[in-house]
Design a binder for this molecule. Sequence first.
Ligand code: GLN
Ligand code: ZN
Length: 759
Amino acid sequence: MSILSHILGFPRIGLNRELKKGQESYWKKEISYSDLKKVGFKLRNKNWLEQKKLGLDFITVGDFAWYDHVLTMSMILGNVPKRYKEENYKKKRKLDLLFSIARGSIKNGKSIPASDMTKWFNTNYHYIVPEFFKNQKFFLGWNQLFDEVEEALLLNSRVKVVLIGPITYLWLGKTKDRNFNKLDLLKSILTIYKEIFIRLKNLGVDWVQIDEPILAYELSETWKQSFSIAYEYLSGINNLLLTTYFGDISHNLDFIIKLPVEGLHVDLIYGQYDLNILNSLIPKSWVLSLGIINGRNIWKSNLLKWFDVLNSMIKSRDNTWISSSCSLLHVPIDVTVEKKMELELKNCFSFAIQKCKEICLLSKSLNTGLNIEIKKWYDPILNRNIKSRNKNISFYKKIKIFPEDLKRNSSYNIRYNIQKLKLKIPILPTTTIGSFPQTKDIRKLRFDFKNKLISNEQYEKEICKNIKYIISEQEKLNLDILVHGEPERNDMVEYFGEKLEGFVFTENGWVQSYGSRCVKPPIIVNDIKRKESITVKWTVFAQSLTKKIVKGMLTGPVTILLWSFFREDLSKEEICNQIALALREEVLDLESSGIKIIQIDEPALREGLPLRKTDWKNYLSWSINSFRLVSSSVKDQTQIHTHMCYCEFNEIMPSIVNLDADVITIETARSDMELLDFFKKFKYPNSIGPGVYDIHSPNIPTIDSIEKLLRKALKTIPVHQLWVNPDCGLKTRSWKETRISLKNMVEAVERVRYNLIPR
Ligand code: GLN
Ligand code: ZN
């Protein structure tokens, strides 16, 4: 038997972000429906031909999505939110319906809200959350997948279809009815899956990759049983490759191996398996697909090492497949198009196309003997390591972190009193999260500067003008704690990456974040150091314009790490500490320049949690320490803020407390302050600014609605601990919306204060 090669999925956006351009032109009605369909058709064909040309044994179909692959599954299953079903469901084109669910729509002047969007496991990709209700019925609602299979079959390659598995699909959705369990819908959903499988079989598809990443979680008995029920019911139609990724599944293997499937895919990057043990546990009749090539980072793999490891293992197993650890959705497409990148570095990187090549090289060598290319594949990285080792021993190893580096001088209560005296902050202080509207003019200014169309002097003059405007607007609004507004920042991670030493940037390394939004994550290639101050100039300038306190604004170390591609020769903890030390210098610099409040944003902290709870402790320990390393060396009177969004904090409350930030601002507006119950339950000791309105929506919050939320918050949070702010940065909003919303926020606070102050 020979070893087969495949990938779990290919990036769908296109090398030149053709999908984004197509979607956005279609939304603006600049291109027709059939033009858009052509864009998708071309992209899929290109991706398949690439896989075929590189020599993969399967081409993977079903990884394409017009917006998001979870939403695709919802459409296939006929799961359309009720509010959209009522909106002439039958008449609408399926694709238009799909975009409406993802982006919201307007009917008779009334807005129909989009479905929620949230993070895909521990990645920075966002999916559209399925919505479930009691007694819901499903039906085969969309033929897109079958059309795609037919397109693919024309290419004369072996086709493998990927689908999100029924249990993971149910897990990902949310339900509004409290008195019902999503798993009650399982039977109804399974009948549709069966229908899909039969259709695929009739088309001639023999293998289905059924993605069940939730198998990396610790599952309750009920969820485990659901797996058995589902796969008993679905077995015997196609060959099923049960596919897991983003975590280790060892703790669930006992029941997984009893499922009636034909194969199992494991992620060997995020899973810490002993391959021999794994091999012995997996039924001999099954295909074992090994996710060797990292689908979430961009460094070449040490193929020679893998060759040795696998060469002995495959002797005892007939059916081994070689694959990417997860879908290649999370990496850019092709490194060879990077023109400005140093060749020595470029040779160390492997993007999606290169990863396909790695998989093919490895499987070919295992089948026919070691080839020369594999021997040389990893040399650029080895050479680079040797070179840097000769130059300087890793910077990190020279520094030691002492326990006192992680602790503020005094406890919160003492700090609170000192700050109260020195900062003279009123009760229910009002502030914002950092950014103010990023207007077209600001974007153009940065673009012109980057492309050297204007001088540094002109650029700085314009940024100062912007800051001046932002400060004066905040003064007019009578906010208490001001910000400079971040006009100089394109992206909260890229901006810091560009200023720190140790990062490189791609010209075209786009990765889909959601829908048509793509990001270009920076790459960490060296030890991280601060070359010069990063934010001091702008913050100090802003402070010089006002008597009120201006809050300094930094992106935290965990967020910078997780939203970058990081090096693999150091642990995440070590890299994070390097970033933290660089940021600590910035914090101290801000402090000594007279900045009295400093906010350190950590929106990625929650997303970085490993899937398995037993692994949480380690992650939380180093990530929280890293934050503390940045924030602890300031004087007692300097107030540290942090901000987090999209957060389900309930399970990590002790760690949030442990950050020991003087103030934490969080997103709660959409959940009606429910999150605050956890803060109460845990007796959160420091101050909190629960967001009082949702900045993701263009709706203007009324004074009454904010006042109501504030009064509700006061029931759980003592008044001296409560801050008032929107739930995230204002960069995506217009000035018009921002001004009215903030005015209403300040007004609502005035009303509440009036009742609180004894007269
Ligand atoms: N300070 C950032 C801003 O206001 C925070 C962004 C975020 O939380 N993602 O834009
Ligand atoms: Zn936020």
